[in-house]
Unconditional design. Structure first.
Length: 408
């Protein structure tokens, strides 16, 4: 076998492995991605053809792992792959080449999700400066310069153009959301959804992801009626058998979860919210391929049960499972870990209320104080003492301490 033939086999093999891994990511079958991603990277490193082709193979493999870790909610591990992908293409291509811009967008998004907003802004500014540099020959009146993206300039297939536009809009959505600017984030979420809804089937993964972002943004903004309407419409599409979606899939589980979350936020029909959440959890337990999604369902179900006054062993077990999953995935200082601690604190406080004023009640209040203090410590470390979320936790702690003072 000649060197050229060997390189051709390695090139095609790396591309096939990347494509297979991508399909599994879209299907949320994350446990099947790792092996194909490793093979893709292995073949890419062995390839000894043109520098450009080798760069494309390496970048594709790195972005596969970036997308996998991101889908798992593991931003810390996603970041090194985003950095590797960017460094890879930045050496080979012009700073304003689409591959460099795509890698830059992924890196900015990852930094934003991780909460490293200063670095994200610095990198975004550097990217925009490259686009505005006249030496790079880019039309300064273009949307590419206005938004730091080539998406609007692209004149290829409708599907590729949609993906580029959606990616650019999602970057700005995540940035504005991380800044706490829900009003501006909503504009980008709506644009992103409208963009993919025109091109793809209503139950396509890209449409579902855009729908989830829009529902989350509407919920955070406080437009709960609209969020519930949109979440119900999305779930109805997923449950419509004509659309051919596996009713035991992550897509359907997510649809149930999103609607339950909106309803529970409104605190209207908590019985319905519980029923929806149990269905989401049932499906995710069957799939059992993503701790992040499973943990989200468990945590929300525990919160719904607490609000309904269901303070039995099931609720406690759910809280313990949720906390264990969050510590495993995000570490002892993760924001999701803090949420699990606050839920536990509220559980013990409510449990104390139904007891007589005795030693048991006092012990529950003490446990509540300990859990909420830990949640407050984490949020203070992540967001600072003056952040609205930190102040909410401080209020929870003050509430528990006031009950202890008034009764004991």
């Amino acid at each position: 076998m000649t060197k050229d033939q060997k390189n051709e086999i390695l090139y095609r093999s790396s591309i096939v492995e990347t494509d297979v891994a991508t399909v599994y990511i879209i299907r949320s079958q994350f446990n099947l991605v790792e092996t194909h991603g490793q093979r893709s990277l292995y073949y890419a490193r062995l390839y000894e053809g043109t520098e450009e082709k080798k760069t494309n193979l390496l970048c594709g493999a790195f972005l596969t792992f970036y997308n996998l870790r991101n889908s798992e909610g593991n931003c810390a591990d996603a970041l090194p792959f985003a950095e590797e992908a960017y460094n890879c293409v930045a050496v080979t291509y012009n700073p304003v080449h689409p591959k460099v811009q795509d890698a830059a967008s992924a890196l900015i998004e990852c930094l934003t999700r991780k909460g490293d907003l200063c670095k994200a802004e610095l990198f975004a500014q550097m990217t925009l400066d490259s686009l505005r540099d006249l030496k790079n020959g880019l039309d300064q009146q273009s949307e590419a310069v206005a938004k730091g993206s080539y998406a609007r300039l692209y004149e290829g297939t409708e599907e590729k153009k949609t993906d580029l536009l959606c990616g650019a809009l999602d970057t700005f959505y995540n940035l504005r959301l991380s800044e706490g600017n829900c009003a501006d984030a909503l504009i980008f979420a709506e644009e992103s959804y409208n963009c993919v809804a025109v091109t793809y089937n209503p139950v396509h993964p890209k449409v579902q992801n855009a729908a989830s972002a829009l529902i989350e943004c509407l919920t955070r903004k406080g437009d709960l009626c609209k969020a519930e309407l949109f979440a119900q419409m999305t779930l109805d599409s997923l449950k419509d058998l004509k659309n051919g979606i596996d009713q035991q899939s992550e897509e359907v589980a997510k649809g149930y979860y999103n609607l339950a979350k909106v309803i529970s936020t409104q605190r209207t029909d908590m019985v319905k919210a519980e029923k929806l959440l149990r269905e989401s959890l049932r499906i995710r337990l069957i799939i059992n391929n993503n701790d992040h999604f499973l943990g989200s369902s468990i945590s929300l179900l525990a919160s719904i049960l607490i609000v309904q006054g269901k303070l039995d062993s099931e609720t406690k077990e759910l809280l313990e499972q949720s906390l264990a999953i969050d510590i495993k995935n995000y570490g002892p200082d993760g924001s999701s870990t803090a949420i699990s601690y606050i839920n536990f604190g509220q559980f013990y406080r409510e449990l104390a209320k139904v007891q007589q004023k005795n030693a048991t009640s006092k012990e529950y209040l003490h446990l509540s104080e300990v859990k909420i203090k830990e949640a407050l410590r984490i949020y203070t470390k992540i967001y600072g003492p003056d952040d609205p979320l930190t102040l909410e936790f401080l209020s929870e702690l003050s509430n528990t301490r006031r009950i202890i003072k008034d009764n004991f």
